[in-house]
Design a protein around this ligand. Structure first.
Ligand code: CTP
Length: 414
């Protein structure tokens, strides 16, 4: 595929290179799934030709000269080589077509500013104009120029992300530029939606506590809310969430993917008042799924304490937990260290969450039960009965459903 791209590019008088994080990851021996390609020339023309040669789907994007080809479950992003001009710090830049070297120079850190040639004349050659390889070997996160954090303040979070992920160090001059940018309140100039994206990327890293500690020490969390303080309470909660998630994946056998990062995001924000949370969700553009989970945790945080009892019926556990997302339940497991409460959550995951009825509304209809409007209520009560008494067969379910129906409608059993 890359050879073909290379041939197509040559025939159209273009040069192509693999760039950015992919090159960094290949050099440190990490498996890469998706590729980023820069084209000296019009990337859209190249992608159209390549996709039609290979009979592959592609998508053109809104952002300047970019398109993606989908190949055997992988994504290959193509972008026209570009330079960026910043009109106001923190805004998105004005973009123009350019050369590889200028495209690499606009990038965040030296370790992310290397390329590998995909051109026939020097296929596979590393192009390292800014000493990225040496920094990769030394374990340093270094900006390419002194305006880097001003041009794009989200790089403050990216620097921390790469530093912690690879156990690197932020190089000395870079660190002083970073501190300077922070003390100039540069994060105020960024669209908060971009900050939300960076925070979520950090929370998607494995065990994000070390990243959050670092942000807290270097930047603080005032950029989210002036009075927002993160400390030991949150650190302990993050560790307990690590454990709860591990338990969820290893012991509960539910095979349902959960969004780990939203559990951590909830932990970060849990001490804010509902009013502040609501305002923050608006300002930072939290996604709908994130809001649903965060607000439902906030709303149920006291109600959940009812689970901290030894003798509680399975149906009562179910009534409390079933309406909640798994992310919220995992959060509560971590938040409350009380053993009865935790046992009941474990019991829910192991024994209740996967239970369903064998019969449906249409089975009640076949039995001639009228009116249909009570079917929902009948099936709900039947499920609770099943959870408490363990109905085994369809026949048992049908017979119990009929009894519940008669009770609800006060009809006599025939
Ligand atoms: N980039 C940049 N400045 C940013 C974001 C991205 O210069 N604020 C450049 C970097 O060269 C980066 C590349 O765009 O390597 C791709 O960005 P992204 O996919 O966000 O980063 P990766 O380095 O691939 O990081 P990750 O491994 O987390 O996906």
């Amino acid at each position: 595929m890359l050879y073909l791209a290379s041939g197509d590019a040559r025939r159209q008088g273009m040069n192509i290179y693999m760039v950015g994080g992919v090159v960094r990851d290949l050099l440190i021996g990490k498996r890469v799934l998706d590729l980023d390609i820069v084209v000296e020339g019009d990337a859209i023309i190249l992608v159209r030709k390549l996709a039609s040669d290979l009979g592959l789907p592609f998508r053109r994007h809104h952002s300047f000269g970019t398109a993606t080809i989908y190949f055997r479950g992988h994504k290959i992003d193509f972008a026209t080589a570009r330079t960026e001009h910043y009109l106001n710090w923190g805004d998105l830049p004005k973009v123009e077509p350019s050369t590889l070297s200028r495209d690499l120079f606009r990038r965040d850190f030296t370790i992310n500013a290397m390329a590998i040639s995909l051109n026939e004349k020097n296929y596979g050659e590393l192009i390292d104009l800014y000493n990225g390889l040496s920094d990769l070997r030394k374990g340093l996160v270094r900006v390419l120029h002194e305006k880097s954090f001003l041009e794009d303040p989200t790089r403050i979070f990216r620097a921390i992300r790469f530093e912690r992920r690879f156990s690197f160090k932020i190089e000395e001059t870079t660190m002083s530029l970073l501190r300077q940018a922070i003390s100039n309140n540069i994060l105020r100039t960024v669209n908060p939606h971009r900050i939300r994206n960076e925070i979520c990327l950090i929370l998607k890293e494995d065990k994000p506590l070390k990243y959050i500690r670092r942000i807290n020490r270097l930047v603080g969390f005032g950029f989210m809310d002036r009075g927002m303080k993160i400390g030991n309470f949150h650190y302990r909660l993050f560790k307990r969430i690590d454990n709860a998630l591990q338990l969820y994946y290893n012991d509960f056998f539910l095979h349902r993917e959960v969004c780990n990062y939203v559990v951590y995001l909830t932990a970060l924000l849990i001490r804010l008042s509902p009013k502040k949370l609501f305002a923050l969700a608006e300002i930072f553009g939290f996604r709908k799924g994130e809001r649903v989970i965060i607000f439902s945790v906030k709303k149920n945080i006291n109600r959940i304490k009812r689970l901290n009892r030894k003798d509680i019926r399975p149906s009562s556990i179910y009534k409390i937990l079933a309406p909640l997302s798994f992310e919220s339940i995992i959060f509560f497991y971590a938040y409350y260290p009380h053993s009865y409460l935790r046992n009941n959550i474990s019991y829910f995951f192991h024994n209740l969450a996967g239970v369903s009825l064998k019969i449906k509304g249409r089975d009640l209809k076949k039995m001639g039960l009228e009116p249909e409007s009570v079917y929902g209520r009948v099936l709900e009560k039947l499920l609770w009965l099943k959870l408490d008494k363990g109905l085994e067969t369809r026949v048992q379910e049908l017979s119990e459903a009929e009894k519940i129906f008669r009770e609800l409608t006060r009809q006599k059993v025939r």
